[in-house]
Design a protein around this ligand. Structure first.
Ligand SMILES: Cc1ncc(COP(=O)(O)O)c(C=O)c1O
Length: 391
């Protein structure tokens, strides 16, 4: 159907949903590369290592053995079992396979959670700044992300006080991430406990995005499941396990919620990628974990280097990241327009970074996110190039 002025008619929902700025910057970076420019990518939240060899080999084996049909909608039983054992070994907790649902990336999991928990016009508390897709998924189900401004003082995380202050009649829960994107900050055991107790009192749901677990730089980054077995957990094979392109994640939820989400997944997805699930079984082998843990140490080294370099250049980093793949900087010494700054940095110096405007409204124009998803040589030349713009 077209409108009288000849343009095509799209839903209000689709028009309301903003583009992912990271993707736009990536597209421009690719265009510049096609023109022969050498671009350093510190933009997307994607590990620069390819998937570890044992996982790739398991995937290839699955394909050559013909494991290419639809799988069970909630995931192959072996993978749900492997995740249950992973929780027992890594976290010391019992998570039965029936509480685990395999999803098409964490993205598929967030969509299922929004569809399950939110009626039209209801709201979920999320941080500003925070992961942008959450609020768009909420819009997709005709609900609202209630953006709660968080600052360095709160470690860029929700606190019980902020939840209380922002809770309204139509609020159904809170979604947090630890470690978070874009700030890399975490919630301590005590923080999680207080938030969980408060949400129980308010009768709301607690959703914790744990996608950056495994990429933490401090000893104790607890799962909410150690504290509250009824919380919803979003996780993924994308980041620590390095399988972004395989599109595989998982959810942990109360059993009745899993059953309901399985029903939704039947219609939305029918199945997960079967070869990807067989590949993911190799994630839990000791030889794979050794590779992945080494990579975490490489990320730590890069984070330490880039953090110091950016601070020396005059960026301010109000919270030192405790995990994830990012440094979230206040660039107000250089710009009051982070979109313009990031485009200038890309066009002029060939360094792709993400403006704060991708992550919310508060301080967005003054903040820039740097992803340390390039090796030390590239990071070092990125710093030289940024210096040219930042002086
Ligand atoms: C906090 C957070 N949650 C979820 C996702 C979605 O990840 P995927 O769908 O690749 O598992 C991302 C991706 O960057 C993220 O940063």
């Amino acid at each position: 159907m077209t409108k009288s002025n000849g343009s095509r008619r799209f839903s209000k929902r689709a028009i309301d949903i903003e583009p992912f700025r990271v993707v736009e910057i990536l597209a421009r970076a690719k265009e510049l590369e096609r023109q022969g420019r050498e671009i350093i990518h510190l933009c997307a939240g994607e590990p620069d290592f390819s998937t570890a060899a044992p996982i790739r080999e398991a995937g290839m084996r699955a394909i050559s053995e013909g494991c290419t049909g639809y799988s069970e909608v909630g995931g192959i039983p072996k993978l749900r079992q492997a995740l249950s054992e992973f929780y027992a070994e890594d976290y010391g907790i019992h998570v039965p396979p029936e509480k685990i649902l395999i999803t098409p990336g964490a993205s598929g999991g967030i969509l299922l959670i929004c569809a399950l928990l939110l009626n039209p016009r209801e709201a979920m508390l999320v941080t500003d700044p925070g992961y942008p897709c959450n609020r768009h998924f909420m819009r997709l189900v005709e609900a609202n992300a209630q953006l709660v401004p968080v600052t360095a003082q709160d470690n860029f995380q929700l606190t019980p006080e902020l939840i209380n202050q922002n809770w309204k009649e139509n609020t159904v829960g809170a979604m947090v991430a630890s470690p978070s994107n874009p700030t890399g900050t975490t919630l301590s055991r005590d923080d999680l406990k207080k938030i969980s107790i408060l949400l129980k009192k308010l009768g709301g749901h607690l959703i914790v995005d744990e996608i950056y677990h495994g990429l933490g730089f401090k000893k104790d980054i607890p799962s909410i499941l150690e504290i509250d077995p009824n919380a919803f957990v979003v996780n993924s094979f994308s980041k620590y396990f390095g399988m972004t392109g395989w599109r595989l994640g998982w959810l942990v939820a109360p059993e009745d919620a899993v059953k309901e989400m399985e029903k939704l997944a039947q219609h939305l997805f029918i199945s997960l990628s079967t070869p990807a699930q067989y590949a993911a079984l190799a994630c839990f082998e000791e030889r794979t974990r050794i590779i992945l843990d080494k990579r975490r140490e490489i990320y730590r080294e890069r984070k330490d280097f880039l953090l110091q370099a950016l601070i020396s250049l005059g960026f301010s980093v109000p919270c030192v990241p405790e995990g994830a793949l990012y440094i979230y900087t206040n660039a107000s010494k250089f710009t009051e327009d982070s979109d313009f700054f990031c485009m200038e940095l890309l066009e002029g110096q060939g360094v792709a970074v993400t403006p704060g405007t991708d992550f919310g409204l508060i301080g967005a124009k003054q903040h820039v996110r740097f992803a340390y998803t390039a090796d030390m040589d590239l990071l070092s030349s990125a710093v030289d190039r940024i210096a040219k713009m930042a002086c």
